[in-house]
Ligand binder design. Sequence first.
Ligand code: HEM
Length: 363
Amino acid sequence: MLKAIKNWIEVRIGLDELVRDQLTEYRIPRNINLFYSLGTVAIAAFSIQVLTGIVLLVYYVPHPDHAFKSVQGIMMDVPYGWLFRQVHAVGSNLLVIVVALHMLSVFFMKSYAKPREMTWLVGFAMLLLTLTFCLSGYLLPWSQLSYWATTIVTNMPTAFPYIGDYLTEFQRGSSQVSGATLGRFFALHVMLLPALLVMLLGIHLFLIRRIGISRPPFGPGGQERVEWTQFHHESYPDGMPFYPHYIAKEVFMIMVYLSAMFFIIAFLPTLFSPADANIPADPFKTPAHIKPEWYFLAPYQMLRVIPSKFLGITLQMIAITVLFFWPFLDRKEERNILKRPVLLGGFIGALLVWIGLTIWGNF
Ligand code: HEM
């Protein structure tokens, strides 16, 4: 029976040829490392967010009078509701970590270099979308934490003269975070952002498959250079087959991701949800210690340290712009970052400053 079905499909779409071309005969560089799996882990993590998000949508009510209660209901009354919510909430934090690590590894391997500049630009846009996903999702439970963390983050643009106040009000839909903010964040979170992210992911994957994966600059063959004067698919006839060798590595990394997620859910369930997450939002009661989500702590702390808010936010915009256009700014031929002490120093320095500001902001 199974054979008959397979044969039926084979006659129509040439399944065997497809499997040969895309999996068993598709070869990738022999010196590829585990960091190259982070993109796939990000896809897996994002898919889990979509699936759990759809389940949560069945019970969630996007209204200031009901949102908090509906989330409490999911946690206490809906069978396994707590599990879906925890996977979604913990998963959102881990997704940010995975996407950031993927970006850092792409930077470290210099995979953004010609001809992969577009892949970098699209990826960067996806990073910004992922952060917007988290920001919009954070408000939905309508807790004290959601309300005040969103108040802080949406307040950041007020540092800009002239248009700052307008930008903040535009995000909120009113002068304060309110039901109008909840409505627009909900629409963003469940409609606009998923559609945009899926579209960009399609372009990202198309570019990766069309150009071919880059050869890491480390290990055997790492120093080989391809002169890129006209388009061609970068292939590796002597490389390792995508299936089963590489897929096995990717599945392994996805398992590591799932283990980390379920470890946090089982043993550190409140890691990403402090006490204020269990108190309904009250616009008239500012909690004693308010701070944004951990991934916004570094820019938040930077704005507090630099005396001029405008200067702080301008520096941040410059940093984001430089990083966005980095593939065009980096003119050096050398692909191995270990042979570029200035870049390596800058990379490690920037990471340390980010981590330092995050820790400082937290305390
Ligand atoms: C939701 C976010 C993202 C997803 C799901 C994703 C997915 C992927 C996948 C599956 C790959 C191929 C395998 C690999 O190298 O890991 C990849 C490669 C790549 N990604 Fe991403 N990515 C995301 C974000 C980013 C970001 C933030 C950047 C950089 C700003 C980026 C830049 C690149 C580049 C340049 C490659 C090509 C690597 C090569 O050919 O060696 N991606 N991405």
